[in-house]
Design a binder for this molecule. Structure first.
Ligand code: ADP
Ligand code: GN1
Ligand code: MG
Length: 366
């Protein structure tokens, strides 16, 4: 096991690293908060991450995307008179000037400036937090509208290709490596009943009816930092999956996570539903920032995008459960199954509320 504090010492930090503690609730990377001691000055903090190279097969390409996207966003923040140390994710080089390094076991590490006086939420505590997260992701989409999308590597091919995710799911059911399929027949049937839905967005994209944009692709509430006093958006983080995608992915994934009345892994399913008040907060914030650049068909499919992102994520959790929990970090047996079930509960609830969701989008689309 590589020692995180020793890794921190290889980066060009301001002060002497004295502590590196596991940090945050991400499902993918190993994240540490590093404290640096500075003679006669307050301590300084950094975020150190070991990138998950089981999930990300080509870390140098991923880092190339990240270096260019963060530099692009930094320029936009500076142009707008903002503070780039706080308003955008910023990589810290290692002592040789490289933006990431490899340990002796082949693991990839990188370091970011710690965005201070800001918080990430695991669930919405106040509706306005969700509204502000929507403003942050809507603005993110608008700022990246001029980014040369074709120069970005597709770090995880077919990441939100729901039809391809469906095929992976069927493959996992067929292989059933741990004999778990028999316990999850209801969940398997739930997915199969919606097989046609998994093709809708990919088909629209292939037909040129939805535009490809630069999107974040992982717009969970805990991937945006909000000011800890005002609650207003500070920065969008977790830029590993910034790639060409659909605006509906970013809108949809936020709704999936943040408009739910329960945590993503809540075992008591009676607690999970899609809160239309929160849906409205998000639609208002997102469309307020980027609604004018969306096409008529994007607007038409936004609400459906929320359902598809939720179905896709549930299907991915189920696939990982069937494959023996090799992708998402789990913290208890059955964790991925609990996560899958909350997603399917939300899908069923969204299906009942789809007309209302569409009406809300139409109201804010102007
Ligand atoms: P994962 O891909 O595993 O989700 P993230 O990049 O989202 O990893 O980081 C995990 C958590 O660490 C975030 O939810 C956030 O709380 C915290 N974090 C990440 N980057 C920063 C940063 N630059 N400043 C402060 N906190 C951060
Ligand atoms: C992962 O990295 P994190 O925890 O923000 C996953 C997302 C899922 C999400 C489900 C690279 O996001 O796609 O929607 O878990 N990220 C990757 O909570 O697979
Ligand atoms: Mg994250």
């Amino acid at each position: 096991m590589i020692d995180a504090l020793n890794m921190a010492k290889r980066f060009a930090l301001d002060g002497e690293p004295v502590d590196a503690k596991p940090y945050g609730c991400g499902h993918i990377n190993d994240t540490y908060c590093v404290c640096c001691h500075r003679e006669g000055k307050p301590q300084r903090r950094y975020i150190l991450q070991r990138v998950n190279n089981n999930v990300f097969k080509n870390v140098p390409e991923l880092m190339d995307n990240m270096i260019r996207v963060t530099a692009f966003l930094k320029d936009r923040v500076v142009e707008a008179g903002g503070d780039p140390d706080r308003e955008c994710l910023q990589l810290v080089p290692d002592r040789s000037g490289a933006m990431f390094l490899q340990d002796e076991e082949g693991g990839f590490w990188r370091c970011f400036i710690f965005i201070e006086n800001a918080v990430t939420f695991q669930t919405v505590e106040k509706p306005e937090h969700f509204y502000y997260s929507a403003c942050a992701f809507g603005r993110f989409q608008r700022l990246l509208a001029d980014f040369p999308a074709a120069t970005l590597y597709e770090v995880i091919p077919h990441f939100h290709d729901t039809a391809s995710r469906y095929r992976d799911f069927e493959q996992a059911v067929k292989q059933d490596v741990l004999g778990r399929a028999k316990e999850v027949q209801a969940e398997i049937a739930f997915v199969r009943d919606r097989e046609a839905d998994t093709r809708v967005l990919v088909d629209l994209l292939a037909a040129g009816r939805l535009p490809l944009r630069v999107t974040h692709n992982d717009t969970k509430l805990n991937n945006v930092m909000l000011d800890d006093v005002t609650g207003k958006p500070v920065a969008v983080i977790d830029l590993d999956t910034v790639m060409p995608g659909l605006s509906l992915y970013d809108f949809g994934d936020s709704i999936r996570f943040g408009a739910s009345t329960a945590a993503e892994d809540e075992p008591d399913l009676s607690k999970a539903s899609c809160d239309l008040g929160l849906f409205e907060e998000y639609a208002k914030g997102f469309l307020g920032e980027c609604g004018d650049m969306l096409t008529r068909e994007e607007i038409e499919y936004l609400a459906f995008g929320a359902k598809i992102m939720t179905l896709e994520c549930g299907m991915r959790f189920l696939t990982d459960y069937l494959q023996g929990d090799t992708y998402f970090k789990i913290h208890r047996p059955g964790h991925n199954l609990d996560r899958c079930r909350t997603q399917f509960k939300l899908v069923a609830d969204m299906e009942k509320k789809m007309d209302q969701m569409r009406a809300i989008v139409a109201r804010y689309a102007g």
